[in-house]
Design a binder for this molecule. Structure first.
Ligand code: AMP
Ligand code: MG
Length: 419
């Protein structure tokens, strides 16, 4: 009798590690990288703040006008009817009015201009009667209106940004408003990327018989092109134990992370597994996720190691669900814009086996009533990269879920802000 081995086509399979457990194990083992560098403020968007930013000034520094109009004393606002105020000068942004203002007078004032001391109301020019040397105001005005107080954005001594903040354009502007020109950010992570496989050829070169072009390294390099990552391109490594080990060992001396693709399943030529499974530092898991079941994770010298599957869609799925959170933890990011998931109605039946998370590639759109709907991009094989290129969202079919019928609700992860 032939005793069958577990395979990825099995419906009921024991020993698969739930996705959440795989992610927990990864996160528990990866430290935050120490080290920081001082860089010009204008290069800091997309980097992570290393130390708190404390305001040493008030922003705005002076109480100023929020509109173009006229500044006067609230006491001069009539209780009924109208009153006239003499215009005795003007205040422009950067050119304050330096004279004194008597009761019954007003100053022409522009947006951002410093409010002359004591004046406590600004009327929009559209809300007053304008004459040659005076204006006419009615009783509608209120003390404090159209006035921006000194320090209302940032107060002197206040902590403005905390360490771990992933810096956005607004943060950069905020620090510029404090007069900063350089800041300390967590250092970049050095991530080395290798493709493994005898069949792989570099795009641009001729393919050998039975060869295919290497796409995984290109997807990963593209996904990792961001300000806080330094990419080390290790190229294509053949299915050769010695070459593989040599490359990983050398890279482990200086990289923070090594990502390799291919060679982690159970085939004859799965050298990554052959080479690393006895090292004691790298574990080979079968994760309950489709696509992306075989996954290796561990440490090679100084570097965290991820052995991702070979199939191109599985590479991207495991990258986004396991590698990216790990990278962001290592980078020390603790505060980043939220990436939201949403619920959408299935526009077709989805086949799904309970007992694993399935990440299908979908096209999310709104129907006439404005409800979110999602369809798949067609064939969902883990080697069909087009299924991902056509998609604008992942359809996340949870671990326990079975088949989904048209009209049922599913969880969707839009690519915007996620990829
Ligand atoms: P493996 O896990 O090495 O057996 O690879 C699984 C499948 O993914 C095979 O069909 C490989 O040819 C394919 N594959 C592996 N690496 C790459 C790559 N870098 N680019 C495109 N396809 C790949
Ligand atoms: Mg291979």
């Amino acid at each position: 009798m032939i005793e069958s081995q577990p395979s990825c086509t099995d419906i009921f399979e024991s020993g698969l590690m739930p996705c959440s457990e795989a992610l927990d194990r990864i996160m528990a083992r990866l430290p935050k990288i120490s080290g920081y560098e001082r860089i010009p403020l204008q290069n800091a968007c997309g980097r992570t703040l290393h130390e708190p930013v404390i305001s040493h000034i008030n922003v705005p520094p002076h109480t100023n006008s929020a509109v173009d109009g006229y500044a006067f004393y609230a006491e001069d606002i009539p209780s009924s009817n109208t009153t006239e105020l003499n215009v005795i000068g003007q205040a422009l942004a950067g050119k304050p009015f330096r004279g004194s203002v008597q009761k019954g007078a007003c100053v022409r004032i522009m947006t951002g201009a410093e409010l002359p001391p004591g004046l406590d109301v600004v009327a929009m020019q559209e809300h007053v009667g304008v004459f040659e040397n005076h204006i006419e105001i009615d009783s509608r005005h209120k003390r404090g209106q159209n006035i921006r107080l000194a320090g209302e954005d940032l107060k002197c001594g206040e902590t403005v940004l905390k360490p771990g903040k992933w810096l956005t354009p607004a943060d950069i502007g905020l620090m510029a408003s404090l007069g900063l020109t350089e800041i300390n950010v967590n250092r970049k992570l050095k991530v080395a990327i290798a493709s493994t496989g005898d069949e792989l050829c570099e795009p641009g070169d001729l393919t050998s018989p039975g060869g295919i072009y290497d796409s995984n390294r290109y997807s990963l390099i593209a996904a990792l092109t961001r300000p806080d990552i330094e990419i080390v391109n290790l190229g294509i490594i053949p299915d050769n134990a010695e070459k593989l080990l040599d490359c990983f060992n050398q890279t482990g001396r200086f990289a923070d992370m090594i990502l390799s693709t291919g060679g982690v399943s159970v085939g004859e030529a799965d050298f990554t597994k052959t080479v690393l499974q006895h090292s004691g530092q790298v574990e080979f898991w079968k994760v309950a996720i489709k696509p992306g079941r075989p996954l290796a994770f561990g440490q090679i010298d100084k570097a965290a190691f991820f052995g991702l599957p070979g199939n191109p869609v599985a590479v991207l799925v495991t990258f986004y669900y396991f590698v990216l959170p790990a990278l962001e933890q290592m980078l020390g990011i603790t505060d980043k814009p939220v990436v939201s998931k949403l619920r959408a109605k299935a526009s077709e039946n989805f086949r799904k086996k309970p007992g694993r998370t399935e990440i299908q590639r979908g096209i999310l759109s709104r129907d006439e009533e404005g409800n979110w709907r999602v369809a798949t991009t067609g064939k969902q094989g883990s080697g069909i990269l087009r299924s991902m290129s056509l998609a604008n969202a992942f359809i996340v079919l949870e671990h326990e879920a079975g088949d989904v019928k048209t009209g049922e609700w599913v969880t969707v992860q839009p690519f915007a802000g996620f990829l």
